[in-house]
Design a protein around this ligand. Structure first.
Ligand code: ZN
Length: 295
């Protein structure tokens, strides 16, 4: 069983129309990636895993739609970010688990959480205080965490830096999750990207809180960063709380697995400590849905 806990909802049910394709050159140092894509392109990428968690981002209060690169790409599926995800998940329920996204400063945020959970069947929450430009300890954000804790909805927080121009970096520092986890100890949290580049900060937060996990998505194409993150997770004894994720479209699960398995390659000819290979296989095959209460 392989679970990809971090993927972004496709904007297009059908092929991306001629002239509408956006290519992002800022996400990765090694290659450009499509920022919008179709259901078929998404499913082709995810064909190597058993199940994927998928979500959009509510970029602004009242935001209707938006792509993983930012607000404003309308696509051809639905009018709201959560309907976008729910429509896709309903088409392939055996492959997908949908998370909602809401904006804490949206006056209708709590109603949207109810609607997304009860009517749309979305089973967790995606938030990114940097992308969404909200204060992660504002009372309106706390209300979302409290709702999620009460209803057993895991929250996947973007943690770490971002290439999105409008996204203030400090709001997504992993140490903020320490404060949230202390206030909501039953809330299941995934910190995205091991908080890159603050990976050791993410590691110590994960170590401290039983219900806090971190995903390894979106950093594996930086060989030293990912080695450093995984060796720190090894030395702090939290490898068992690392979840597999690709951050598609930024990377595919196939290349993420390949790079994970090659994480020690840069050590050739040195006596540097190795990330245990058996633990890497455990990350890839981890039953994250059971850990998150989503079975
Ligand atoms: Zn992401």
């Amino acid at each position: 069983m392989i679970i990809d806990v971090h993927t972004h909802t496709p904007q297009y049910r059908h092929a991306v129309p001629e002239g509408r394709r956006h290519i992002n050159t800022a996400w990765r140092p090694d290659t450009a990636r499509p920022a919008n894509y179709s259901w078929a392109e998404y499913r082709e990428s995810q064909s190597v895993v058993d199940k994927s968690i998928v979500f959009g981002i509510a970029w602004e209060p009242g935001e209707r739609v938006g792509s993983s690169a930012g607000p404003g790409d309308d696509g051809d599926v639905a009018d709201t970010v959560n309907d976008f995800t729910a429509t896709f998940v309903r088409a392939y329920p055996e492959e997908l688990i949908g998370f909602m996204s809401v904006h804490p400063y949206d006056l209708r945020a709590m109603d949207e959480m109810d609607r997304s959970r009860v009517d749309l069947g979305l089973r967790g929450v995606k938030l990114g205080a940097n992308y969404q430009s909200y204060d992660p300890l504002d009372r309106r954000a706390l209300a979302i965490y409290q709702y999620a804790e009460r209803h057993g909805l895991p929250i996947l927080f973007h943690t770490g830096t971002s290439a999105v121009k409008s996204a203030p970096i400090p709001a997504a520092h992993p140490l903020i999750v320490d404060e949230i986890a202390m206030r909501y100890p039953e809330l299941k949290i995934i910190m995205a990207h091991m908080g890159h580049p603050w990976t050791v900060d993410a590691v110590v937060v994960v170590r401290k809180h039983a219900n806090v996990y971190t995903d390894i998505s979106g950093m594996i194409f930086r060989p030293y960063t990912s080695y450093e993150a995984l060796i720190k997770a090894t030395e702090w004894n939290v490898l068992d709380k690392l979840l597999f994720g690709s951050d598609f479209p930024i990377a595919t699960p196939a290349e993420t697995m390949a790079r994970l398995r090659g994480v020690n390659d840069i050590l050739e000819g040195t006596r540097m400590p190795r990330v245990p290979e058996d633990k890497i296989e455990e990350i890839i095959h981890r039953d994250s849905l059971a850990l998150l209460g989503l079975e």
